[in-house]
Write a protein that binds this ligand. Sequence first.
Ligand code: 0A1
Ligand code: ZN
Length: 876
Amino acid sequence: MADVRSTALPDTHSIPEAPPAPTHVAIRREDYRPPDWLVPEIRLDFDLDPDRTRVRATLMVERNGDHDRPLRLDGDDISPLKVQVDGADADYRLDGPQLVIELSGRQATVETEVEISPAANTKLMGLYASGGMLCTQCEAEGFRRITFFPDRPDVLSRYRVRMDGDSGAFPILLSNGNRVAKGEGPGGRHWAEWEDPYPKPCYLFALVAGDLKANRERFTTMSGRTVDLAIWVREADLPRTQHAMDSLKLAMAWDEEVYGREYDLDQFNIVAVSDFNMGAMENKSLNIFNSAYVLADQNTATDGDFDNIARVVAHEYFHNWSGDRVTCRDWFQLSLKEGFTVFRDQSFSADVGSAPVKRIEDVRVLRAAQFPEDAGPLAHPVRPDSYIEIGNFYTATVYNKGAEVIRMLATVLGPDKFRAGTDLYFARHDGEAATCDDFVKALEDGSGVDLTPFKIWYSQAGTPKIKARLDYDSGAKAATLHLEQHIDPTPGQPVKQPMPIPLKTAIVGEASGHEICPERLIVLDKASGAIRFDNVAEQPLLSINRGFSAPIVVEAARRPGELERLAQADSDPFARYEAIQELMMLSLVAGARGEQADPAPVIEAVAATLRSNSLDPALKGEAILLPSEALIADRLAVVDPDAIHASREALRHALGSSLASDLLAAHRSDGASGHDLSPKAKGIRRLRTVALGLIAAANEAEGAALAKAQFDRADNMTDRQGALGILVSLDAPQRQDALNTFYDRFHNDPLVLDKWFALQAAAQRADTVDQVLRLEKHSDFTIANPNRLRSIAGTFGANHWAFHSADGRGYRFLADMILAADKLNPQVAARLVPPFGRWRRFEPNRAALMRAELERIVASPGLSKDVFEQVSKSLA
Ligand code: 0A1
Ligand code: ZN
């Protein structure tokens, strides 16, 4: 990549090049100090142009406390064209990327001017161009790529923003808050001025300029105010914005009802952009979204896409309180806003959809993304202690485990006390930059409950493992539950302390199938403990960690037949799902170890599930889906991906052939029109495709014919993608046919084309590496668009069997992609590294190949600190 600096600046600038900044240094939480200078107000002036945008910033700065330290403003890839203090040219120096100004008084007005090039900004951090529009991304440290500023979340300012731009290219000019003025300028230009009354950290600043159209609706808040809602997209995409709009209104009403949180401005804008590093961003009143989380209709979006849109729209909206009104003191506190907001969006999705299915999905994500993180070289606490690049800490640990921590606190407190605590949190810290400790303190003070023991969940990394054994004394009609906890060491934390683990537990009677001891909440807060259950009149079965009340691994000693019985009788849907999954897992692990694995218990449990009258189709679909190969790998001391794949395929084959007619019935079950988005209809579609997958595992020809029929008949993307997802792994003539049909119909729709790439990168085939190498050369592939890059490289990295191909070609492919992407967009490149992280657990041949690729990456010249941090930690 050409140095952004060289294209962003006029050739004549006179400031000497700053000496290279010390890079790759770790920032530590314990080094936190309050800011030396505050900036209560800022005025920004943008002369917008894709190639040369002028940014003038006027900062009202105030000395914070008694000290004589200079004002330090962060910059990244920018050079000052002008620096004035109180209206006069000022002395300043550059210290690495920082602009340093000695100021004598307690207050000053500091004005700087820079020129930046949005079109040359391939990192997509700061102000950049996407599909003809200009937009910003400032979290975490993008604002310093726009202007010089103390870029840290505990400096809160009131913003006034003026944008001036070509009225043809940029008819719409948006920023945070309210538009307070607008007008025409000379030469076909126009301008708008926006003001945000709420002080905010600079990571929440946003600007959008483009040729956009809005889907507009109104929302009346609980106090009767009217809010103008707008979802801004390119005109052609307007028909695909209604689901996002409906989701937004549901989220606004939900946050009023469940948390008492009302929206606080007269406008709320969402803008969809097609080049975006993450999912979406909660900039105050101007949320900017990856278009994948806005645009949907039945023909182009799956049920999963619809759910994700509702989830992400709600997530960003909820940040208005958990993030914007109360923000983070420093980036180590990231989970303060992210863990809490994920918990809030999970609760929302559970309330508007099917709660048990949602819980199963959330736990699946946690196990797939967070547990491996916690068990590998990138493990870190929910509140990390240090980082080199904060962009690497937008992780499943901070987000999803952070949400589990809040969930445990909510479980322990119960709904009323939890609500009293969150009310106090929002009231006490409104307008402030707070810490995770502040959050727990507010919950304690609001509820009157001491939560001190739970704070260790923020500081100690690693997934606790619980050994559980239920002893039964039939004479005394008593059962005793013996519990023991253990946490493996993680980087920087060799010795672990016991953690408080809230376990929702019930005892089910083996013969009766009834809950003979009703569910109770046990908190194991020591290394081990024993709990007695009385009045146990029949042989008991242990139903533990119900609803997944703690983010842990349970290793329960089970008697023969116990899981089978729980799979049929447990009244907690999650525990029932767990019993089936555990039954499958035991068989899969045995198979992968080369032991004789009898599939009969699994077949019986799946048959009973399919035939059950009490389970709805969505739960059936979840329950009969086999644990992923990555999850099986987590259970093995030495990972052999071929053995795991063979074991899983064998069980899929056994299920498909033994239960052919049940599966066919499930596949054919109907009552779900493509336009019906009810949980029931989604469940029917889910089960239809999961069942088809098992049919195809046993009988390729029949599976291919049925999949092709589903593909051809589909009136919705869920069925179409589901069928194609099965066909891509088969060696059937229908495969290429369907891929071609799909491409011909959708190749002009980038989001659907991403699916086409991703489906092929996810294929379970011996030649998937060859396929992705071909796809990378496809004329529609571009490494510059994060969604397209992830559709191949991200999906492939998660394809366990293909990525871990014994010849190492999968490793080479992903490493090459990381190196190529790093030159353009380090943040997105670094997010492709984790699949390499667990190399030590693989059989020696693969471990050596993975390690060699990591070493090749880390030795590459010009590596970003983003990729450097992930790769060096993976090797350590
Ligand atoms: N705060 C956002 C996530 C986010 C983080 C960094 C970004 O930089 C590219 C973008 C978005 C959220 O939690 O939704
Ligand atoms: Zn968030």
